[in-house]
Design a protein around this ligand. Structure first.
Ligand SMILES: [Zn+2]
Length: 366
């Protein structure tokens, strides 16, 4: 049953809206072999600001949609920091007027709080890369991963002053995450990101900058490129390679963006499990209990509405009708996986995100 749900999730469009806004949202299909079949799983978790007037939100969504269509985008990502190299990375990014995403380790963030603050202050995105990166502790069983993700959540929220939902699995998800890992972490509200261009800067110690640049240039120039780099201890060569990498993507006409709610996240398909985990019903039930406690967790809309209102799926009109008090919200999936949201709910200033999965709707309240 769990696996069936998982398959439904991968097969369906996922999207998010701000209450009060009327937003046509395009679900972006995966264009790469890396993310084939899994992009829907990663789509979503955008939480547009509710303060933004509906008309402006709609206009800006359309405008950014157009810009995206016109220009390819590259997401530079740096893992395993912060370290002594990170300020140099930040200096280069500032000089080049480029934004990037940093997947930091909880234990390194604790040691270099000022660097983490600088990452946020300078407009880069922050992601969770677990606490200590030890594969056996993370992948032997889910609860080990969960503990480190939550521990790092707390550290990053304290330092950055806001919750961080972006998450990258140490070593990538391939062979490390099984379907339950994906499903549980997404249910918890995490947005999982792998990459589609590996700079090769961690395939052995001290890979020279020239080789890193060469490897990046050999990568596929898809419309959305997510480049894996490292700014952890021992990665001085990555710093040296960075200006040439930036110059390369600039010359190819790319714009640089951060992995925020607007970004399409690539995730690997589920590979053969390296870890020989066994999931008992009891372990799964316990894990579901755990993930439901994280604020930002996705809950089935029916559960969430239990004391508030109702939702009905109109199979004929193919729309979900949500009623809360005297207010009605209609979620209408259209062609090419466009979905329109009609109506507004006034939920007391908070923002809600919806995810439509087949005929099931999930909601996350922020
Ligand atoms: Zn890593």
């Amino acid at each position: 049953m769990k696996l069936r749900r998982r398959m439904m999730m991968t097969a369906a469009a996922a999207l998010l809206i701000a209450i009060g806004a009327l937003l046509p949202i395009t679900h972006k299909n995966s264009g790469t072999a890396w993310s084939s079949g899994t992009s829907e799983r990663a789509a979503g978790a955008a939480r547009p600001h509710t303060e933004e007037p509906a008309a402006r939100a709609s206009a800006s969504a359309l405008a950014s949609g157009k810009a995206e269509a016109a220009q390819p985008v590259v997401y530079l990502t740096f893992d395993d920091g912060p370290s002594k190299w990170t300020p140099q990375v930040l200096d280069i990014l500032a000089k080049e007027r480029v934004k990037a995403t940093f997947f930091v380790l909880g234990q390194e963030a604790e040691r270099r709080e000022q660097t983490v603050k600088r990452i946020v202050r300078e407009g880069h995105a922050l992601g969770n890369h677990t606490y200590n990166h030890r594969y056996d502790a993370l992948y032997r069983d889910f609860e080990g991963f969960w503990r480190q993700a939550r521990q790092t959540d707390a550290i990053l929220e304290r330092i950055a002053g806001k919750p961080v939902s972006l998450l990258r699995a140490p070593g990538g998800t391939y062979g490390n995450f099984d379907a339950h890992y994906f499903e549980l972490l997404e249910q918890a509200g995490y947005r999982i990101a792998d990459w589609n261009v590996d700079s090769g800067d961690s395939k052995r110690r001290n890979v020279p900058a020239s080789e890193i640049v060469k490897t990046v240039k050999a990568g596929k120039l898809s419309r959305e490129v997510t480049v894996l780099l490292h700014d952890g201890t021992g990665h001085g060569e990555s710093v040296k390679a960075l200006p040439a990498i930036i110059a390369y993507y600039k010359a190819k006409g790319y714009r640089f963006a951060v992995l925020d709610g607007e970004a399409k996240l690539v995730t690997f398909r589920i590979g053969p499990d390296k870890w020989q985990r066994t999931w008992t019903e009891a372990a799964l039930a316990r894990a579901e209990q755990l993930v439901g406690q994280r604020s930002g967790a996705w809950r089935p809309l029916r559960d969430w509405l239990r004391d508030k209102g109702t939702v009905a799926w109109d199979a004929l009109r193919k729309e979900a009708v949500v009623r809360v008090g005297g207010e009605t919200l209609r979620l209408v999936p259209g062609e090419d996986k466009h979905v329109r949201v009609y109506g507004a709910l006034h939920t007391g200033g908070g923002s809600l995100a919806f995810r439509l999965v087949g005929e099931r709707i999930f909601v996350a309240a922020a």
